[in-house]
Design a protein around this ligand. Sequence first.
Ligand SMILES: [Zn+2]
Length: 399
Amino acid sequence: MTNRIYYTEPYVQTFEATVERCELVEIGARVVLDRTAFYPTSGGQPHDTGTLGGRRVIDVVDTDGDGVLHLIDGPLTVGANVRGDINWPRRFEHMQQHTGQHVLSAAFERLAGARTESFHLGPLTATIDLAREVTMHEIAAAEEEANRVVWEDRAVTIRFVDADAAAKLPLRKDPTRAGMLRLIEIDELDLSACGGTHVSRTGGVGIVAVTGWEKFRGGTRVEFVCGVRASARFRLWRDAVSATLRHLSVAPEELAGAVERLQNDNKSLARTARGLQERLAVHEGRTLAERGMRVGSRLAIVETLDGWDATALKALAVAAAQQPGAAVVLFSASSPALVVVASHRDADIDAGAILKALVTKFGGKGGGKPDLAQGGGLVGSAADLVAVARDLLETDRVA
Ligand SMILES: [Zn+2]
């Protein structure tokens, strides 16, 4: 079994070890050492990265019975003495989140009687799943208590006990493994069996900040960041919020209200615009009819129009089709184009068939009835669309 340096000395960043096994795999090699400071993925905490014998460490896996397996990007010589360098910023960041989790979980348990069911340390945030639903106030209280413990800079100690001794101790959670247990104790707060890496005093966590929560499996999933992550998150939110505050010219506490007002204004403007477009469509429809071309008994009205959405384009086509004999095809100037086909009953044109012919030629989709059809997703130049539509209206092919 690999001697795990991180069990007793979590602050070791560089170490020397002997290569015991090296198995070649497609992307490099799987290596087992006599001792390692590389933390393997387990207990919700991701593995360490870094270098081993000059090779890049891609993954570190804990195998039951086989020790710690290092996946590296090239082979090492069995029996060689190699140097391992842990990617320390990544590891320390994990230690802060993991220790912060112990503190936060203990605070939830003490103040709200909410047990932590599971812990996950992701690349950007960490989460704990609480066994019961907690309120916003309970979350605030636990966060405050966690930070009080962090700032009291209490000792975080490691000790090993056997199962019998562990059974007599007030562990926060029943241990999941048998045999010798590694216990992590936060002075006068928490005692848990845990194989992860932790800072040596709670002050090293820096700060515990809850960033969000949601209902999850009958309980609450609480998302949080600690230490350097909290600082990075603060910068991200500060930049986003201050840019928004500048745009809106409001104070932070007025932001939510300002956004709500903007949304309401926007809805009301959209309603007004729709009403105006509908009224305008009646006038514009007449203008379009004046520009139409007489083809036998039909009045062919084919145009590409800018600045009208699908609803308005339809209103416009329907208004233009009020003219006796009118056969109307209107395209939006956007690409891909929207299209509306409308016809006066005297025009003797099947709008649905015209639309189908256009979609067959230019792609997109749509459908409708003999007097009105609409579609979208047509790809072609405005000139081509108009030419083909005009041709369709001028012949009897689809009439
Ligand atoms: Zn732990």
